[in-house]
Write a protein that binds this ligand. Structure first.
Ligand code: PLP
Length: 377
């Protein structure tokens, strides 16, 4: 099986799986228990939080564990609006956010909030000047992802922070950094964000764990009410196995960060040049600024058909996160590229494990599929 859909999820690394197993079968104690074993679990939790904070480049007390990226995004949005409720009801976001941001915002628009969507150019980039122009004295939230999950483009989050400061508007700035975490260099402080979401399963930790960065000093409404864990902000007995695994995955990634980045970028570049050489009718929709995501298209070949035919050959790639029933995903559609091009889009995404040989197999398969189609006409 050739797996080139690492923006969807990644294989858990052995170190993370081992850390989870040990936390489930040996050190399975409740960190809130008062006996020594419980104190040991609490100490392990402190150490794992410090590891994730080091990977993010923030303070341990700025990291709150969540169950996934979707939870982090939803909570950040709700909490930011609660924070700004006396100042306004205007939100700025982009048209290419993940559903974990767009869907809560759609629900809020039905509750009297006004949402301004910034549109990307044909390459999937957002113009910071558009954001500055969209800010108003009643803007209470700007939510802009750092790396787009279908195009691999990097969005101008730092410029957004500067624009908010320059406009003197009361907005909190949230970024969905689910696809950026460990893959492009940033720290929340450098970006100037108040809230930042990450998810474990994109960086070789298991599904079911993520974190929300909350800038020190920012007082947020808790997500849940309960036993006081996570500083009372996100109570519930801590998922110690998933947290241990996330910390282990972060440690491994940090230890190999430069090599991983270089390997993914080289693999992606190899794929893009073989694709262009073998398929002159193909289009590179987005080469991706981030090292691990790109999007290509075979105009006239619907993505769903390509994904199915590739799957029959043991190759996994994606048609984008929400491409179905003959409609391009909202992300590709927002770029305004020709419809024929958009309907044939494939997202190819890499992990440090991906190889140029796998890319060659994918390109050969695409060439065969396209020749068979031409012959059948
Ligand atoms: N945000 C982005 C950019 C994503 O790519 C994803 C997952 O694909 C999410 C949020 C949701 O993360 P999770 O699957 O952990 O809920």
């Amino acid at each position: 099986m050739i797996y080139l859909d690492n923006a969807a999820t990644t294989r858990v690394c052995p170190e993370a799986a081992q850390a989870a197993l040990a936390a489930m079968t040996e050190d399975f104690w409740n960190p809130s228990s008062r006996y020594a074993a419980g104190a040991g679990a609490a100490e392990a939790l402190r150490s794992h939080r410090a590891t994730v904070a080091a990977a993010l480049g923030c303070l341990p007390e700025e990291v709150v564990f969540t169950s996934c990226g979707t939870e982090g995004d939803n909570w950040a949005i709700q909490a930011a609006l609660e924070h700004g409720k006396r100042k306004g009801r205007h939100i700025v976001t982009t048209a290419i956010e993940h559903a974990a941001v767009l869907e809560p915002l759609r629900a809020l628009a039905g509750q009297g909030y006004e949402v301004t969507y910034l549109r990307p150019d044909r390459q999937g980039h957002i113009d910071p000047a558009g954001l500055a122009a969209a800010l108003r004295p009643d803007t209470v939230l700007v939510s802009m992802m750092l790396v787009n999950n279908e195009l691999g483009t990097i969005l101008p989050v730092k410029a957004a922070a500067e624009a908010i400061r320059a406009a003197g508007c009361p907005a909190l700035l949230h970024t969905d950094a689910v696809q950026a975490f460990l893959k492009v260099p940033f720290t929340p402080k450098d970006l100037g964000v108040d809230l930042l979401t990450i998810s474990g399963h994109k960086v070789r930790a298991p599904k079911g764990i993520g974190a929300l960065y909350i800038r020190k000093g920012l007082k947020l409404k808790p997500l849940l009410l309960g036993g006081g864990q996570e500083g009372g902000l996100r109570p519930g007995t801590e998922p110690t196995a998933q947290i241990a695994a996330l910390a282990a995955a972060c440690r491994v990634w940090m230890d190999h960060r430069e090599a991983y980045t270089e390997r993914m970028r080289e693999t992606k570049d190899h794929f893009l040049s073989s694709f262009s050489a073998a398929l002159p009718q193909g289009v590179v929709v987005s080469p991706g600024d981030a090292p691990h995501i790109c999007a290509v298209s075979l105009p006239g070949y619907p993505s769903e058909m390509l994904v199915r035919e590739l799957s029959d050959r043991g190759i996994c790639v994606s048609s984008g996160s929400a491409c179905h029933r003959g409609k391009p995903s909202h992300v590709f559609a927002a770029t305004g590229r020709p419809k024929g091009e958009l309907l044939g889009v494939l997202r190819v995404s890499f992990s440090p494990e991906s190889t140029p040989a796998e890319c060659d197999t994918l390109v050969n398969a695409l060439s065969e599929i396209s020749s068979a189609r031409v012959a059948a006409r």
